[in-house]
Ligand binder design. Structure first.
Ligand SMILES: O=C(O)CCC(=O)C(=O)O
Ligand SMILES: [Fe+2]
Length: 490
């Protein structure tokens, strides 16, 4: 959560210019405004609840059903404003999916099936609440200042195209954008939100926790004011849309094909048992992906068909801490970062931009970006966007993939439930198809593990000639994990 001082403390209506935040629909203001407010606060009417901070009131309201929220919202203006919080209604809606409904611009109106004309606009301008104002502010904050003036040292390299050899020799550990290959894809030429709606409007696609028809999702895209817009991320789109995928020489009716530099994918030795690998991604402006690393230590490509995406990326955190504002549990299984992309931009973008290792870039329509294995990335759509992404293991990252699969079994994801022991299965299929690559990778893993073990023994038994491990006072200091790898001590 960013420092509360990052919220403007002046009345929002005083703003002007193209980046101005509009007035909150109920007139709610950031809490700083209370200092100069001449009159009472609407909060005075909530009785004993006044003892609770706003965040706790919102948290308490989460246990109520729709009817109870409506009732408590009728008791006073302050509770009316609290019960208008969209997150409450989104949670209720997602918990009780419906066969058929109309998207009505907000989660509350959709849950209650209220046309816009029936939603009262009650004046709550004497309510000063960061908890209520913050999501509204984040949903309207201008993205432009964060995605422009990228320092030259941070710019992601842009190239027309690349061969498989070039990729394997120089680029498997570096993000880059290719500007040419996607422009030859039929889906680049033909897909817009409109053409997809016309052809697949009644097809259901997965958007986070819900399955909606594309028609409904299109309505949502065109009319929502969410701080973190619902993001369509569907792994079964190829079959749902009846697409052919593959190099045009083998697949004359191909809708798209991975560029040759990304053609090798060692997970393909698993055939039907491979984990999920490709997703259709659709979202409105401001939707996107918070900081994460891709699953199973895979690399990925992300091809933009419509609507540019801003990317900010950091190398694997062997030596360095994770990106500013991102907190990771010791085994890296849990990633905690601020609630929304906008909150991260407000609170941490400036620091991130100054942090060594940071790279940034805009991947435009018809361009494709490489995400190397283990890299952190946050992505935000600058306009309504359609993209396709695919994950893969190039030979240069076989060791990291084996390391992940064997040493982090609880973090493996994307395999069908009936695929038992995916790590072992991958190793035995690699033994059949690429024995030399497997030997080499296993040897490398072994060496890294021995290096770690030696370091551990040096620490435990002392190594007096190493100043890093024995302090001047004879104390003990830890110097672990400085070879940049995430290999566990076996
Ligand atoms: O397009 C996006 O939101 C980013 C998706 C992503 O994280 C990826 O392709 O690895
Ligand atoms: Fe990703």
């Amino acid at each position: 959560m960013p420092d509360i001082t990052s919220l403007p403390s002046h009345p929002p209506e005083a703003d002007s210019g193209p980046d101005a935040i509009p007035c909150h629909p109920l007139g709610v203001k950031p809490s700083g405004n209370a200092l100069l407010a001449a009159t009472h606060s609407l909060r005075d009417a909530i009785g004993a609840f006044q003892r609770l901070p706003d965040d706790l009131i919102l948290l308490s309201l989460e246990v109520l059903d729709g009817a109870s929220l409506l009732q408590i919202g009728q008791t006073c203006k302050a509770f009316y404003a609290f019960t208008r919080a969209e997150e409450l209604w989104k949670a209720l809606f997602v918990r009780s999916p419906r066969e058929s409904f109309t998207w009505r611009g907000t989660w509350r109106s959709t849950y209650l099936n209220l046309p816009a004309s029936k939603v009262p606009m009650i004046d709550c301008s004497q309510l000063f609440s960061d908890a209520l104002y913050r999501p509204f502010n984040c949903a309207h904050v201008a993205l432009e200042p964060y995605v422009t003036k990228i320092p030259a040292r941070n710019q992601i390299t842009r190239l027309p195209d690349m061969s498989l050899d070039e990729f394997h020799t120089n680029w498997t550990d570096r993000p880059f954008i290719l500007t040419e290959p996607v422009k030859a894809w039929p889906v680049y030429k033909n897909w817009t939100v409109g053409t997809l709606l016309a052809r697949h409007g009644q097809t259901q696609f997965r958007a986070e926790a819900v399955d909606w028809t594309l028609r409904t999702y299109g309505d949502y895209m065109a009319d929502n004011a969410d701080e973190s817009p619902l993001y369509l991320f569907d792994r079964a789109f190829v079959s749902k849309m009846g697409l052919s995928v593959g190099p045009p020489k083998d697949t004359p009716d191909a809708a798209y094909w991975p560029p040759p530099c990304f053609a090798e994918d060692l997970f393909s030795v698993l055939g039907e048992d491979r984990p999920d690998r490709q997703w259709l991604i659709i979202g409105p402006e401001r939707s996107g992906s918070k900081f994460h690393k891709d699953p199973n230590a895979t690399s990925a490509w992300n091809a933009v068909l419509r609507g540019p995406k801003y990317w900010i990326m950091f190398p694997p955190s062997g030596k360095q801490p994770p990106p500013p504002g991102v907190f990771v549990s010791e085994d890296q299984s849990e990633v905690t970062s601020p609630l929304s992309i906008a909150e991260w931009l407000l609170g941490f973008h400036a620091e991130a931009r100054r942090t060594p290792g940071c790279v940034e870039g805009i991947c435009g329509e018809g361009e494709i970006l490489h995400v190397p294995s283990g890299w952190w990335h946050l992505v935000v759509n600058l306009e309504p966007s359609i993209a396709i992404t695919q994950n893969f293991i190039p030979r240069a990252h076989l060791t990291s993939a084996l390391d992940f699969l064997t040493n982090k079994p609880d973090q493996i994801s994307g395999f069908r439930k009936d695929v038992e022991d995916p790590a072992q299965r991958f190793v035995s299929r690699m033994r059949e198809s690429y024995p030399d690559l497997l030997d080499q990778a296993q040897e490398e893993l072994q060496k890294k593990a021995e290096g770690k073990k030696r370091k551990w023994e040096d620490i435990v038994h002392g190594k007096p000639d190493d100043p890093n491990e024995q302090s001047a006072e004879g104390g003990f200091s830890f110097g672990f994990g400085d070879d940049g790898s995430d290999v566990e001590v076996p």
